[in-house]
Design a protein around this ligand. Structure first.
Ligand code: SF4
Length: 334
């Protein structure tokens, strides 16, 4: 993709993702492709939010490696570090200070009312930690620390962004300042990608995922395990592609002609699921070939990847320090 450095950008976009290690097709279709595309129109700040991850992790032994693997995937997929600031959240500790300050203008009830908090309480009743309650405040600190104009959000994240906007208004009102920017919501459709079980959202923890950096053989193996139309028991039964996750993925990775053909042939049992899956695996592997080559190339020099993350952290820190100077001045901190 040609560099868009010369084009006038529309503002700064911020987005963060927890370090989940090697990315899967759900991450790729749901976030990474969007990250790459946004670079053409915005100055982008993409953050690996390792501090956020601490709220739910049972162990931190893979944290560093997971951050590295995720960075590799982002870079190989087309994040351009010469333009985009890509960094690790904990490298810019100003975020923790801003988190503390913003927490002073945040009513506790607002945090405990957020649907995501309630969901986490359900998911990990044994570990309802303080950080979990303050999670959206840390998220707000991330966004406003880097003077972000917009944040790409899906439907489920909209309450969080609205919360950030409220926190900004509260802070600016309380300290009679305009130093924090109220970020715009960049409504984005994040396609929900189902796992190979065809039922639940693709996720590592459910082990229903297909890694984008998998080998062609591994990819084929995972695709062949995919659940198809449950009503199609025999090869001679007509199928319904509308309820088949294999067909859904074909729409992202196969040509329009192939998709149209499967749509017809599946319904009249003209194509079997085995052949349909083989075609998907082939197209997936072709689609990801360049990505995998770039990833392997990058992985040969891990120090270079860390340099990119460190350099991104240094650039992010410069913005963060300028923001914190304004925040200090607004509050009157000595
Ligand atoms: S032929 Fe393809 S689209 Fe139809 S049920 Fe089988 S795998 Fe799904």
């Amino acid at each position: 993709m040609p560099s868009a450095t010369k084009r006038k950008k529309k503002g700064r976009v911020f987005s963060g993702a927890r370090p989940t290690g090697r990315q899967h097709l759900g991450n790729y279709l749901g976030a990474i492709k969007n990250y790459v595309a946004l670079q053409d129109d915005y100055d982008c700040v993409y953050c690996i939010v390792d501090l956020h991850a601490l709220t739910t992790l049972e162990t931190t032994e893979n944290l560093r490696q997971n951050s590295y693997e995720m960075a590799l995937d982002w870079l190989a997929a087309g994040i351009r570090p010469e333009e985009t600031i890509m960094f690790i959240q904990s490298h810019v500790l100003e975020v923790t200070e801003l988190h503390t300050i913003l927490s002073m203008v945040t009513p506790l009830g607002k945090l405990t009312d957020l649907p995501t908090f309630k969901e986490k309480v359900r998911q990990q009743p044994h570990n309802i930690n303080y950080g979990l309650v303050g999670y959206p405040v840390l998220m707000a600190a991330d966004i406003v620390l880097y003077k972000s104009d917009a944040v790409p959000v899906g439907v489920d994240q909209q309450p969080h962004l609205e919360f950030t906007r409220e926190v900004v208004r509260s802070f600016n009102y309380r300290f009679n300042t305009q130093c924090l920017i109220e970020p715009e919501m960049k409504a984005t459709e994040f396609p929900k990608v189902l796992g190979i079980d065809g039922v639940q959202k693709m996720s590592k923890s459910l082990n229903n995922h297909i890694e984008i950096a998998a080998t062609p053989e591994e990819t084929q193996q995972r695709v062949m395990q995919m659940v198809t139309d449950p009503q199609r028991m025999r090869r001679t039964d007509p199928g319904n592609p509308d309820v088949c996750n294999v067909f859904t993925l074909h729409k992202s990775f196969s040509s329009p002609e192939e998709v149209a053909n499967i749509n017809v042939e599946c319904r009249r049992a003209g194509i079997g699921c085995v052949d349909c899956k083989k075609l998907l695996a082939k197209n997936l592997n072709e689609h990801l070939r360049g990505f995998r080559q770039r990833r392997a190339e990058l992985d040969r020099n891990p120090d270079d990847v860390w340099d990119i993350l460190n350099e991104g952290g240094a650039r992010a820190k410069r913005i963060a320090q300028a923001t914190m100077q304004e925040v200090h001045a607004a509050i009157g901190l000595p």
